[in-house]
Write a protein that binds this ligand. Structure first.
Ligand code: HEC
Length: 120
């Protein structure tokens, strides 16, 4: 009888440990998941935006410097109002000479980059 109880106790404990590991792994993934703006900064670099845009000034590199973009009233080249929509539009269907990023960025990546621009 005792032995049987012990068996139950052991398997219950093992179950509990397994469940705890799964839950902790989930929490860890959630906690270490990169915040949006870091992902956007990464993309801004990896997708080559830095080749043409400064992020710490308004000086022109190839395209306009993007510092404080979302604190301005108008986008630097097109003069369109600074909205997420208009920045998205610039990525998909650029105003003039900027390369098209429509197929190089997923929707989520576009949003992450816009989030990042919002922090400059
Ligand atoms: C090869 C150079 C080049 C690259 C790479 C580039 N841009 Fe541009 N960007 C430009 C130029 C030139 C302009 C000026 C407007 C135009 O030509 O469309 C511009 C304009 C902009 C503007 C202002 C648009 C406006 O309406 O005034 C934003 C915002 C912008 N770029 C964001 C980005 C982002 C984000 C990336 C990366 C995904 C990027 N650019 C990559 C050259 C570049």
């Amino acid at each position: 009888m005792r032995k049987v109880q012990l068996k139950y106790a052991t398997s219950a404990t093992l179950c509990f440990i397994a469940a705890a590991i799964i839950v902790l792994a989930g929490i860890r993934a959630w906690v270490t998941g990169e915040p949006h703006s870091t992902a956007g900064a990464d993309l801004f670099q990896k997708k080559g935006c830095t080749q043409c845009h400064f992020t710490d000034s308004r000086e022109t590199k190839v395209g306009p410097g993007l510092k404080g973009l979302f604190n301005r009233e108008k986008l630097p080249e097109s003069g369109r109002p600074v909205t997420r929509e208009n920045v998205r539009r610039q990525l998909i269907d650029p105003y003039e000479n900027m390369p098209v990023f429509k197929d190089k960025l997923t929707k989520a990546q576009q949003e992450a980059i816009i989030d990042y621009l919002n922090t400059l």
